[in-house]
Design a protein around this ligand. Structure first.
Ligand code: SIN
Length: 327
């Protein structure tokens, strides 16, 4: 009896030890936006699907609103293994690939359907792998939407932006875009934008309806010009070391969950582009300015020369392929 008890105890210890070492794989997903945004909703949906399908095996922990890392630091943190997934805006990959700068070219896409067509094309999908040489894996695009210009004074034509300070993401293309209208661009993290606007350290910024709404920029910016002058989308990324280190069956399931979460996030993006714009209008805190075709033509002709400035770095063929997606 004593022998049997000893055997049972040692087996229990053995299984206990095994269970203790088989902790779920943790995926820390870090992002900078609020939870009620396309990216916030996508990340939460991804965590939910993984919890349902891989219980005890993989656990996704989402850190919104720059709680863990700002977008300018998250990719370095990923390469160090401090975070496993993120979805920075395409404008924030400049240190890792020049090709993604394509998406910052002003007035390249006429609408989000054109962006989607290009991203799903062979050329668009190929760009996802352009970060591989830097140790990252591009897992897919996620939409947010077209950008609008918010400011402390009404902006109807490019001359209205002249001399004004605009916060931009860390992108040389965006810098050139604002310089093209003689404005002063300042590269600043997303987490600082509200305070910069509130304290009037800057005059304006460019962003999507959902970011302007969820981060309350509209409360401190009396005018928003509906310019639709560029796109703000994301690439979901992981480090090659983490991603390729997953067992094949786990990686397949995680990717499936991610693809579904992205499809859900894209739906949220399309809805929020309408509903968050309307919520801003209804708030009456900020006036939404529509511009005429002639005014818009002025912005296009001032900003479009930026394409030529970057065509060698990005690739003229790629720019042409993207422009073709408008047809
Ligand atoms: C984001 O949507 O992830 C942030 C965009 C920004 O930095 O303006």
């Amino acid at each position: 009896m004593r022998l049997l008890t000893a055997a049972v105890t040692s087996m229990a210890l053995m299984f206990g030890a095994t269970a203790a070492t088989a902790a779920p794989i943790e995926i820390k997903f870090s992002h900078v936006v609020a939870e009620n945004t396309p990216k916030g909703q996508m990340a939460n949906k991804f965590a939910e699907l993984v919890a349902e399908r891989l219980p005890g095996k993989v656990e996704v922990k989402v850190f919104p609103s720059s709680q863990l890392f700002g977008d300018n630091k998250v990719l370095e943190a990923m390469l160090l293994g401090d975070v496993q997934m993120a979805a920075p805006s395409l404008s924030k990959f400049q240190k890792y690939t020049k090709q993604l700068q394509l998406f910052d070219l002003p007035f390249l896409f006429k609408d989000m359907a054109a962006v989607e067509r290009f991203q799903q094309s062979e050329a668009g999908q190929k760009i996802l792998s352009s970060v591989e040489s830097k140790g990252l894996v591009g897992l897919g695009y996620l939409h947010n939407g077209l950008k609008q210009l918010s400011a402390s004074d009404p902006l109807r034509v490019p001359a209205d932006a002249s001399g004004k300070k605009f916060r931009i993401m860390t992108s040389d293309v965006l810098q050139a875009q604002f310089e093209a209208v003689e404005a002063v661009p300042l590269k600043k993290p997303f987490s600082e934008v509200f305070t910069l606007l509130q304290t009037k350290a800057i005059d304006g910024q460019e962003n999507t309806w959902s970011n302007i709404y969820s981060k309350k920029f509209f409360e401190v910016q009396p005018y928003i010009t509906e310019s639709n002058h560029g796109v703000l989308d994301y690439m979901v990324v992981s480090s090659a070391e983490f991603w390729n280190g997953l067992d094949d069956d786990i990686r397949v399931e995680v990717k499936k969950a991610l693809d579904e979460a992205i499809a859900f996030g894209n739906q949220v993006a399309a809805e929020k582009a309408q509903s968050d714009k309307q919520a801003i209008i209804d708030s009456k805190r900020s006036e939404v300015l529509e511009i005429s075709d002639a005014e818009r033509a002025q912005w296009v002709s001032a900003m479009k020369p930026v394409w030529n400035q970057f065509s060698d770095e990005i690739g003229a063929d790629l720019i042409e392929a993207a422009a073709q997606s408008n047809n």
